[in-house]
Write a protein that binds this ligand. Structure first.
Ligand SMILES: [Zn+2]
Length: 359
């Protein structure tokens, strides 16, 4: 599996953007992919759709990329659909008498599989992250959700999740009556070291559950705990009144607890990669440091934030540096901010949908 480098740099321009700011991000996309965005918008306005399966390791940013694509191209005509979110939403459904009845009667009509419906409902109720729900059930439930949402272009996150589900995904568009709509696999390559640090430095607000990163995505206010000799983030949400963000139990181990899962995700990507007949979009999150200046602009590189506590003023000083990591082959690399990866997604999507031949 080789993920080519994608050039988002426009030679001869020196204009920079703050990619964390939504309005600057809009201008950035206009500059880097304006004409492709218009082609996609026209395609969708004409009543066309597509189905894109997001495949990447856990915590590779699948949801982030799809949501940003949707935000930029068409929030009305594109849906980002996460199987994990869907399954979690059933907790509420099963507790509500009416909704539960409706779900059960839908499944009685639409589910065909090897596990009994009764057993399935109870496994939904006792859902633990370790038990995988049967593929036949996932398919029936996804179909139900899609019918509810109406006809839209779909980014599906979390399916296929197992090797046997790869072949299910090939027939999926027939199942939901999208039979003439193009489908595509979107494969996302992120170095494990990036995933590891995203987890290790993750901090979560105990009040509003917002997630940030002490090293890669800090909040505006950073404090220093003199006793523990460590820095901490204060939630930006005004309603949270400067509550201190915390590390979730287990996050300090980074990818160690999910190694098996990452291996499985990689096998799944390889299987999808080897399929003929379905187009593939290849996204990569990292660029070798040695090639970076040819392919990307400086502001497209993820910075790392370095804090220093100043005793005299009792303040925390913040410094920014381009973050360097070793990729899975041991090559010193930069990790890209989400927007340049989404530019690559937009441009490749235009090609896959054959929209690049004139207007
Ligand atoms: Zn908060």
């Amino acid at each position: 599996m080789e993920f080519p480098l994608f050039k988002t740099k426009i030679d001869g321009t020196s204009q920079g953007f703050d990619l964390t700011d939504p309005s600057e991000r809009k201008k950035y996309f206009e500059l880097k992919a304006g004409s492709e965005i218009k082609k996609l918008q026209k395609f969708l306005e004409d009543g066309n759709t597509f189905i894109a399966y997001l495949l990447g390791k856990k915590n590779s940013g699948k949801g982030t990329y799809a949501k940003m694509f949707r935000e930029i191209v068409s929030p009305e005509r594109i849906e980002h659909f996460s199987i994990g979110d869907m399954v979690r939403s059933f907790d509420g459904v099963l507790k509500d008498k009416e909704k539960r009845k409706e779900l059960v009667s839908f499944l009685e009509k639409n589910y065909r599989g090897y596990s009994s419906l009764k057993g399935i409902i109870s496994s939904l109720e006792k859902r633990s992250t370790k038990t995988l729900l049967p593929s036949e059930l996932i398919l029936a439930l996804v179909k139900r959700e899609i019918v509810k949402k109406g006809r839209k272009a779909l980014f599906i996150d979390g399916f296929p999740r197992d090797l046997d589900q790869v072949s299910y995904s090939l027939f999926f568009r027939d199942l939901i009556d999208y039979r003439d709509d193009p489908d595509v696999f979107v494969l996302i390559d992120v170095p494990e070291k990036v995933i590891d640090e995203r987890i290790k430095y993750r901090r979560v607000c105990p009040t509003c559950q917002t997630s940030r990163n002490l090293k890669l995505l800090p909040t505006k206010k950073v404090g220093y705990d003199k006793e523990k000799k460590e820095f901490y983030l204060l939630c930006d949400n005004p309603e949270c009144k400067d509550v201190r963000m915390v590390q979730k139990e287990g996050d300090e181990f980074g990818i160690e607890p999910i190694r098996q899962r990452l291996k499985k995700d990689e096998m799944l990507m390889e299987k999808a990669f080897s399929l003929y007949g379905i187009p593939k979009i290849l996204l990569r999150n990292s660029v070798p440091v040695a090639d970076a200046s040819k392919f990307v602009d400086d502001y497209e590189i993820t910075p790392e934030y370095i804090f220093r506590y100043e005793k005299e003023t009792d303040k925390v000083k913040i410094n920014e540096n381009p973050w360097q990591v070793l990729d899975d082959k041991g090559v010193l690399s930069y990790s890209l901010m989400p927007p340049p990866v989404v530019v690559s997604l937009i441009k490749q999507m235009v090609k896959v949908l054959n929209l690049d031949k004139g207007f």
